[in-house]
Design a protein around this ligand. Structure first.
Ligand code: MF3
Ligand code: CO
Length: 250
């Protein structure tokens, strides 16, 4: 069941997403070679506390950290550690916040120093696929239009869309219906209505789409060892079109 939100509820979700956006921006500004992924987690943890929110992922199904930090061939759910970031790495930063009853959730993939041209292109195409999806988050469209927009953008660039993880509705729960696959057919699926809030999150591999989970039970990696990128925004469908609640300048 997809839960519709009234405008004042969307504004509460906007407030939690504003903290998410501030944290992602802060990490982008501070990220440099020599830092550990744990350093980034501490930055997120401290800032969300300062803003009066709670890190949404910490404790979720036993996940122990505020951030997910997924480096290079890690797709999503990489765990902060003493791993030192080096020039040329790419890192997916995924962060969620709970504030006054509502969740916010967004992710970005960032370069560590100078990165290869193929890594740059992977990041660029993944971000483009998110915006192509958001363009379809409109009343009267269907869920499949969002999925198809991601898939088309990604595959026409020669990359592949991860099948095993999906985006989701979000609101008073971190994960609500519907599931939002990043592949599918336009014109299919539920009809989109004002008041829906979607966390749309394409995960894109440079090589094949197959992924596996490491022994730690969390870290998702590409099966073929190729690079992967991830972007996410929480987006409300409104009478005036898509409203990106987690928007930030970076
Ligand atoms: N953005 C991801 C999601 O909403 C992150 C979840 S990580 C977890 O699915 F640790 F909370 F599971
Ligand atoms: Co999410």
């Amino acid at each position: 069941m997809v839960i519709l939100k009234r405008p004042e509820q969307i504004d509460k979700a906007r407030a939690s997403n504003r903290i998410v956006a501030e944290v992602l921006q802060t990490i982008k500004d501070k990220l440099k070679p020599g830092m550990t992924t744990r350093d980034l987690d501490k930055i997120a943890d401290a800032l969300v506390a300062k803003r009066g929110g709670k890190p949404a992922f910490k404790g979720y199904r036993g996940y122990p950290y505020a951030l997910c930090t997924s480096v290079n061939q890690e797709v999503v759910h990489g765990m902060p550690s003493d791993r030192v970031l080096v020039e040329g790495d790419i890192i997916g930063i995924d962060f969620g916040v709970w504030l006054q009853g509502y969740y916010g959730d967004a992710a970005v993939t960032l370069p560590v120093g100078r990165i290869s041209e193929r890594a740059q292109r992977l990041i660029q195409v993944t971000e483009q696929s998110l915006y192509a999806a958001i363009e379809n988050a409109r009343e009267g469209k269907r869920l499949g239009d969002i999925s198809a927009a991601v898939q088309k953008t990604v595959e026409s660039a020669g990359f592949s869309v991860v099948r095993d993880f999906v985006g989701h509705g979000i609101g008073e729960n971190l994960h609500e219906d519907p599931q939002i696959p990043n592949f599918g057919k336009a014109g299919r699926g539920i009809e989109l209505q004002a008041g829906m809030i979607f966390a749309i999150e394409p995960m894109v591999n440079e090589g094949r789409y197959a992924v596996r989970i490491l022994e730690d039970g969390w870290t998702v990696v590409t099966d073929d060892g190729s690079l992967s990128a991830h972007f996410e925004h929480s987006v409300a469908i409104t009478d005036n079109g898509p409203d990106i609640l987690s928007r930030w300048d970076g």
